[in-house]
Design a protein around this ligand. Structure first.
Ligand code: HEM
Length: 524
């Protein structure tokens, strides 16, 4: 058990305001009417038909009929916990973000880990990317760092996201298979989308079968901007470094657990927190100026590339501690709405075309998933700082805005809120100078799809390389289309000849001529 009860944080106190009272001794209807009998419906005689007037039965059944909401279109399966973030230093020289503004400052957080491809009821230990989404309830509003446990992504442009997800999800005609076994559509898409190869190296490695959520790194993936109170900007990549180190499972172990204990990761997180083994990560920042970014071989707007830590070191700026399990899975873990566009003063976006598309997607999907435009009022989603706006009405309005003024400017109600103007907490986008022709396409530096895949493979130990090779053999052996297998083998040849041979031979294929080149791929 924990040594001492943890102090409440502001978000936990805020959530407690929504607890249903537990001191009633009897059941009532939603309207508060006492229920005499909750087990037998109202009938015309004990053997007669049930009467339509039975409002108690109708209400009970109707509510049950509406218990399910759509699962997330991706990242449907997850587990979450409350905790806090504690800053090590005052970072106000580089960001106006309040939660990074003082050594020792604590900010409540809610963190949800997830798998990407499986449905809500799928198993935990599948080979997949893991989501690592952190909601900081700051004094300036909510900041969501919606990341993954892998530092790069499959695609460079949001336009391809629906294609990627359609390729990875169960096939539409028969709804099989799920993420744990390979299938034609995914490898077909990947083999025709060489920008995904770097991410494929990560997902075929032990990183994609973590031992525990507590033993994973986290990454913001995209380049973001920090902006200080004077309007000066620094580019940033976000990292989470687990106190317990990074550990994977053996594939065989993971597969067995899928059957024996499909809730393995969920249970591991829950039990660690219940027994006081609070999971902990450090927040790391890779900081660079725009001039330094220009000097790199890669484009920092390309989400399929890392900035090697040897070139830009990771500075650790604070720690994240998860010390409290949710009280209600649905109200908290299921209804939480993360969004990479939830930013606070001092944090801004880059023009990464994947990030830019994400900024549209999350609210759009949550309007459907959480039933209308007022889901920010849900207890888990509302900020701990004061908030007030002139948005009104809509499905699920749970607040009672006062007065007759729901617009600005107004001279009728001098108490109605107006915008903050130049005050420090008013969010002001970084005034990046922009000009360009209106076109589709991508920068030249986005074209090299092999170098970092090779770099990652070369960074692994021999057993890790063997695991990666075996994973590719396993996955590709489940692909029925031979031309798709062959195309994948051709890509592997451009990454590493040894890897190519090691995968091709068990599949009964030959690696293409070794001279076929290891340079940049043709633009995809
Ligand atoms: C969840 C879209 C790329 C991390 C989601 C959801 C959507 C979505 C629609 C479900 C949200 C909900 O129902 O609440 C997209 C699109 C992407 C993209 C359109 C690319 C264009 C990424 C990337 C990352 C990421 C690159 C990691 C850096 C997550 C996480 C969740 C999520 C962690 C789960 C959040 C939670 O726990 O509720 N994404 N995503 N996504 N996405 Fe993305």
């Amino acid at each position: 058990m924990p040594d001492a009860p943890q102090p409440l944080n502001r978000k936990i106190e805020d959530l407690a305001r929504n607890h249903l009272p537990r001191n009633l001794t009897h059941i009532t209807t939603q309207q508060g009417t006492g229920v005499e009998d909750d087990a037998n419906s109202l009938k015309a005689g004990v053997r007669g038909p049930t009467l339509l007037e039975d409002f108690i039965l109708r209400e009970k059944i109707t509510h049950f009929d509406h218990e399910r909401i759509p699962e997330r279109v991706v990242h449907a399966r997850g587990a979450a916990a409350h905790g806090y973030f504690e800053a090590y230093d005052d970072l106000s020289p580089i960001t106006a973000a309040h939660f990074l503004g003082e050594a020792g400052r604590r900010t409540p957080v809610f963190v949800r880990f997830s798998t990407v491809a499986g449905s809500r009821g799928s198993a935990d230990t599948v080979r997949d990317v893991r989501g690592f989404a952190v909601k900081f309830y700051t004094e300036q509003g909510n900041f969501d760092l919606v990341g993954n446990n892998i530092p790069v992504f499959f695609i460079q442009d949001a336009m391809k996201f629906p294609d990627l997800v359609h390729a990875v999800k169960p096939e539409p005609h028969n709804e099989i298979p799920q993420a744990q076994s390979a299938h034609d559509t995914f490898w077909d898409f990947v083999s025709l989308t060489p920008e995904s190869l770097h991410m494929i190296m990560w997902t075929m490695s032990d990183r994609a079968i973590p031992r525990s959520y507590r033993m994973m790194e986290g990454f913001g993936v995209h380049t973001f901007r920090l902006v200080n109170a004077q309007g000066q900007t620094t580019l940033v990549k976000f990292h989470w470094k687990p106190q317990l180190g990074v550990h994977g499972m053996a594939w065989d172990e993971a597969q067995k657990l899928n059957g024996k204990d499909p809730d393995f990761h969920r249970r591991d997180l829950w039990e660690a927190i219940e027994t006081g083994q609070f999971p902990e990560w450090e927040l790391g920042l890779q900081l660079l100026t725009e001039a330094e970014a220009e000097e790199l071989d890669i484009d920092v707007l390309d989400p399929t590339k890392i900035i090697p830590e040897e070139l830009v070191p990771v500075t650790r700026v604070g720690r994240l501690v998860l010390d409290r399990n949710p009280e209600n899975f649905f109200a908290e873990t299921e209804q939480v709405a993360f969004h990479p566009g939830h930013v606070v003063p001092g944090i801004d976006f880059s023009n990464d075309p994947l990030l830019q598309g994400r900024l549209f997607s999350y609210t759009d999907t949550q309007l459907l998933r959480l039933g209308g435009p007022n889901f920010a009022q849900l207890p888990i989603n509302r900020p701990v700082c004061p908030f007030h706006h002139h948005q009104r009405d809509g499905l699920g309005q749970h607040q009672i805005p006062l007065g007759k003024v729901a617009y600005a400017p107004s001279s009728l109600d001098t108490g109605a809120p107006a915008h903050l103007g130049a005050l420090p907490d008013g969010y002001r986008s970084f005034p990046e100078p922009l000009s360009g022709h209106k076109l589709r396409g991508k920068p030249e530096r986005f074209a090299d799809h092999y170098s970092q895949a090779r770099l990652f493979y070369a960074s692994l130990t021999l057993p890790e390389q063997r695991h990666l090779r075996d994973a590719l053999v396993f996955e590709l052996s489940h692909v029925t289309a031979v031309h798709v297998r062959e195309r994948m083998v051709q890509h592997l040849q451009r990454i590493d000849a040894g890897l190519c041979n090691g995968v091709a031979r068990p599949l009964g294929l030959l690696c293409p001529d070794e001279d076929c080149g290891t340079g940049p791929s043709p633009a995809s």
